[in-house]
Design a protein around this ligand. Structure first.
Ligand code: FES
Length: 107
């Protein structure tokens, strides 16, 4: 089973359909607004997600993510939603600094 649980969006569960896509595209196709300033090209870090569980169910770090890790802009528990695919069950959080003003977040 492939499933993304968003902890601070009231444990919302999202189930990707069809071929494996980025977490960002899965969120968007489920009508969940998620910051993505560069349009999913790996050129910013606004699509950052905090990985709570299931890190081993995610695709390997992309070149962009490795670069941001090296620069200290992507913590070891963070991934870029536009650069990451999910192959099993994972739980993520929206970081405080990329929360959207019109969304209601939970703990
Ligand atoms: S949207 Fe810019 S890096 Fe993901």
């Amino acid at each position: 089973m492939v499933k993304i649980v968003i902890e601070n969006l009231a444990q919302k569960e999202v189930f990707p359909e069809g071929k494996v896509n980025s977490v960002l595209s899965v969120l968007q196709s489920n009508y969940i607004d998620w910051m993505h300033a560069c349009g999913g090209k790996g050129r910013c870090t606004t699509c950052k997600m905090i990985v709570i569980a299931g890190a081993d169910q995610l695709s390997p770090l992309s070149a962009a993510e490795l670069n941001y890790r090296k620069l200290g802009e992507l913590a070891s528990n963070e991934r870029l939603a536009c650069q990451t695919s999910v192959f099993g069950v994972c739980k993520i959080r929206v970081p405080d600094d990329t929360k959207m003003p019109h969304m209601t977040y939970t703990n």
